[in-house]
Ligand binder design. Structure first.
Ligand code: GDP
Ligand code: MG
Length: 435
């Protein structure tokens, strides 16, 4: 799906005037992507209408091609749809107290682990208080989650009430920069839960209340956010489980529609599966575009300058590639600017699996040297590179066998990630947001 959109966008590339037919095609692709991501139909049509009107009415500014013009309009209108980039949490007093609320199973405890790691990385001394006495295991869950990052957790699920625990926790951690309070959220009925949160709120007097919503409930997330916001002053929202669910688009756009600030999103069960919510990035991935706007622009610029073949650009965009394409890609990267930035623009490459070898600037230089010692046949047939070839290539490039093996591993992992991209696209455009 992302690919269809990318293709339509490419069609726009050579045009000098905005063609009505192509505009309609772009809009259809966008509609398809959004509806598959469970975005509310009404919202989708509202959006399509404003894109169409603007694309056909507004004259592209001087020096801006019709394609760039339309992409800009699509972005602007979509960003309007999911809201502006939210202001980051500002930790402006000590201790800064954060109360987590949300229904049971929404992902509060897990997200607290993630957020504590986020703060710790910013150099803030962070502690957690677990007031969940309903599920005594919650305390162990928190301890286990944060054990590897050394964040203190306080809780006495056996002997105390949530209010007592909150009170003691405040005292115990008063010298910390941030204290995060986990809550039970055990009630299926929101109104009972809200009452308990109010009581806790009175004791804790939080500087920020964060509502956690399970993204897999899709458009219903809007209702839930509204219910909570109306009875407690919710400062931020975190939408979880945006991995694996095709409904993330629905959840995020529904929450955004009521103008509640989504600050972070959860994309997995591990501590690192956590991102600051960035509407632009979200939209790119929602549409399955990667950051295709900048990528297309840069790739075209470079292609003109360096005469990198059209096929190479295609290969990068579609993920179909051999060592030869990887080599051109590395060569282009060098010219495109800071590597990490370029990696982030290529769909799939921004989320290489954990076991992928590093692709630092230095490594890539080495990889290029190694590839210079390969034959044409080897570049086109990476799978043929076995023991004796590895030895020869290493000798020829003045590197070690292990370096050549690492390069081959990097290639394999990258290729797999790109393949996976195509597969996930079939599972809906959110697949790309997820993995
Ligand atoms: P709580 O009851 O609100 O504290 O929810 P938990 O933190 O205990 O999470 C409930 C379940 O959802 C657990 O199995 C978590 O591992 C899982 N979970 C939480 N956040 C995410 C996420 O972003 N992605 C996925 N896939 N699972 C999540
Ligand atoms: Mg919990």
């Amino acid at each position: 799906l992302g690919k269809t959109l990318a293709k339509t966008m490419k069609k726009l590339a050579g045009m000098t005037i905005v063609d009505e037919e192509v505009v309609k095609e772009v809009i259809k692709d966008i509609q398809r992507a959004l509806i598959q991501a469970d975005v509310n139909i009404k919202l989708v049509f509202k959006l399509s209408k404003s894109i169409e009107e603007r694309a056909l009415d507004e004259e592209p500014p001087k020096g801006v091609t019709p394609k760039e013009h339309i992409i800009r309009i699509v972005y602007e209108e979509m960003v309007k749809l999911v809201g502006e980039t939210p202001k980051p949490l500002k930790i402006d007093k000590k201790p800064y107290k954060i109360l987590f609320v949300g229904l049971q199973g929404s992902g509060k405890t897990t997200t607290i682990g993630k957020l504590s790691r986020h703060f710790q990385r910013k150099g803030l001394n962070t502690a957690i208080v677990c007031t969940d006495t309903w599920r005594p295991a919650a305390f162990d869950q928190l301890k286990q989650l944060t054990q590897e990052i050394n964040i203190p957790v306080y809780g006495e699920p056996e002997n105390q009430t949530p209010l007592e625990i909150a009170d003691r926790g405040l005292e115990k951690f008063k010298d910390y920069d941030v204290i995060i309070f986990d809550t039970a959220g055990r009630h299926k009925e929101e109104k009972h839960l809200l009452k308990e949160m109010k009581e806790l709120s009175t004791v804790i007097r939080p500087d920020e209340t964060i509502l956690v919503i399970d993204g897999t409930i899709g458009q219903q997330a809007g209702e839930q956010a509204r219910a909570f916001s109306q009875s407690t002053p919710v400062g931020s929202i975190i939408v979880t489980k945006l991995d694996g669910s095709a409904k993330g688009g629905g959840a995020l756009s529904a929450v955004a529609e009521i103008r509640a600030p989504i600050k972070f999103i959860g994309t997995g069960e591990k501590l690192e599966d956590f991102e600051v919510f960035d509407p632009e990035r979200f939209i790119s991935r929602l549409l399955g575009m990667g950051d295709i706007r900048s990528l297309l622009e840069k790739a075209e610029e470079i292609a003109e300058e360096q005469e990198v073949s059209e096929e190479t650009v295609d290969a990068i965009l579609t993920g179909r590639f051999t060592l030869r394409e990887m080599k051109s890609q590395f060569e282009m990267m060098g010219k495109m600017g800071p590597l990490q930035q370029v990696i982030n623009m290529i769909p799939g490459l921004d989320k290489l699996p954990k076991n992928a070898p590093d692709a630092t600037e230095e490594k890539i230089k080495k990889y290029l040297t190694i590839m210079d010692s390969m034959t044409e046949y080897e570049l086109d047939h990476p799978e043929a590179i076995k023991h004796s070839r590895i030895k020869r290539i290493a000798r020829g490039s003045g590197t070690r066998n292990e370096d050549v093996k690492e390069l081959l591993k990097y290639y394999k992992v990258t290729k797999k990630a790109m393949k996976g991209l195509g597969r996930r696209n079939r599972g809906g455009p959110m697949g790309q947001l997820m993995k």
